[in-house]
Design a protein around this ligand. Structure first.
Ligand SMILES: [Zn+2]
Length: 430
């Protein structure tokens, strides 16, 4: 099903012409921002120098640090009078990034979300429980307006009060739920504790943190849903820039609204389809806060095969952020790989924590993982064999020796928003 059949299935030529026109518009819009005026002058580039999409590679990159330095409104290309909403990133390190929206931006964003939700088979027949944070975080409101736009019955439940969330699913006949994957697991766990079946639920949408295909299987089985991956970030409006279709094999990007590149994070060189690297995005319709070649830090690749659904080129599911990537004794490890291994072992649960220390100049990774409730007999002492098996599976996939600690079910922290499963203590002084 299509929300906007014409724009979602443009031919390659139509799309390229539209992208070029919009790229030039974006550069003109960016020239209203002092940071870009300087950058473009130094690069000796004007909008008129961009004659084909290949010329985009001559444009300078924008980094997250640049946005932070523009705090609060340094990247706005329109007067505050025209800004109708502000969101910020969480700002876990230093000042948050502030993003602003004109009325047109909010319309564009809701239009994209409407396409996404329609693409996964949702419509005005559905009851949608939006269990993402509302507020400065873009997740809650982003989905909210897209879901309303297609006429769904929206329940702005936000996060927290998990038992009440389960009751709402049952009492209101919820058919689709949206949350982080870790909160989705929490919902499943609480529903199981309450001994209830969520019969009406059929679709789950999960995003805001990388998650593995084994996590998908687990969520689908335990919640009785088909699970879809959603991707976006505040700098691209928020969620909805990219979304799985019913094929569930990679995420469609809305190429009419974003120019997508994959680069080698070290050299900045543009990579081709099938080559994994850092996602770089130039939004093509953003009025309030145009960005040029924004380095997302997220690791993925453009997919070579065209999707049978007829929409444009897909990206692979996000493997992790380049700053989530752990380098342990010289080996690159993403937390999503650890999750993937643990979920392939039925004896352990999906709850885990990773601790990294430096002992005697060597990196040591210890993984605490909960034993599955059904496999837990109440005693930990007979579990040496299982511990070995988990460590072996991790070694096979990661190419790295780790130590594994099995813990009792229900003892590790649960997360309602984005999960923070990695504690890197290497920088700390002991
Ligand atoms: Zn598709």
């Amino acid at each position: 099903m299509f929300w906007n059949n014409h724009i979602e299935t443009l031919s390659d030529d139509e799309l390229a012409a539209l992208q070029l026109k919009r790229l030039k518009w974006t550069i003109r819009q960016a020239e209203k921002v002092p940071f870009y005026r300087t950058q473009l002058r130094e690069a000796g580039l004007h909008a008129d120098d961009i004659r084909s999409l290949d010329d985009a590679g001559r444009l300078p990159f924008t980094r997250k640090q640049d946005l932070r330095e523009g705090y609060p409104f340094g990247f706005f290309a329109v007067p505050l009078k025209q800004i109708v909403r502000i969101h910020t990133t969480s700002g876990t390190t230093g000042k948050p990034t502030v993003v602003g929206y004109t009325r047109q931006d909010l319309d564009n964003w809701a239009e994209m979300m409407a396409r996404d939700l329609t693409m996964v088979g949702l419509s005005d027949d559905d009851v949608f429980q939006n269990a993402l944070g509302y507020g400065l975080f873009t997740g809650g409101l982003g989905f909210h307006y897209g879901a309303e736009k297609i006429g769904m019955t929206v329940i702005p439940s936000a996060t927290g009060n998990t038992k009440r969330q389960i009751e709402m699913i049952m009492d209101f006949g919820v058919t689709a739920i949206n949350s982080t994957p870790s909160y989705g697991m929490r919902l499943a766990e609480v529903a199981e504790e309450m001994g209830v079946e969520l019969d009406t639920l059929r679709v789950g949408i999960f995003g805001a943190e990388p998650w593995s295909d084994n996590m998908r299987k687990e969520l689908e089985e335990r919640l009785g849903i088909t699970a879809y991956d959603s991707y976006g970030m505040s700098e691209m409006y928020g969620p909805g820039a990219s979304f799985e279709c019913e094929e569930r094999n990679g995420l469609h990007f809305w190429h009419d609204s974003y120019l997508v590149e994959i680069i080698d994070p070290e050299t900045g060189e543009v990579l081709g389809p099938g080559e994994r690297g850092e996602l770089v995005v130039t939004p093509l319709v953003k009025e309030a806060m145009p960005l040029i070649r924004y380095r997302t830090g997220d690791i993925t690749m453009l997919m070579e095969d065209r999707c049978p659904c007829g929409r444009g080129q897909k990206i692979a599911r996000i493997m992790g952020r380049s700053d989530d990537m752990l380098v342990i004794r010289g080996v690159n490890v993403f937390p999503s790989q650890i999750e993937h291994v643990l979920l392939s072992l039925p004896e352990v649960g999906e709850q885990f924590m990773v601790y990294i220390d430096r002992m005697h100049h060597l990196d040591e990774m210890n993984i605490e993982v909960e034993i599955n409730r059904e496999c837990f007999s109440g005693e930990l002492k007979d579990l040496a064999k299982l511990q070995k098996r988990v460590a072996g599976a991790l070694r096979d996939t990661l190419g790295l020796r780790t130590s594994v600690t099995l813990v009792e079910p229900g003892t590790l922290p649960r997360f309602e928003g984005k999960a923070k499963r990695v504690i890197d203590r290497r920088g700390e002084v002991w």
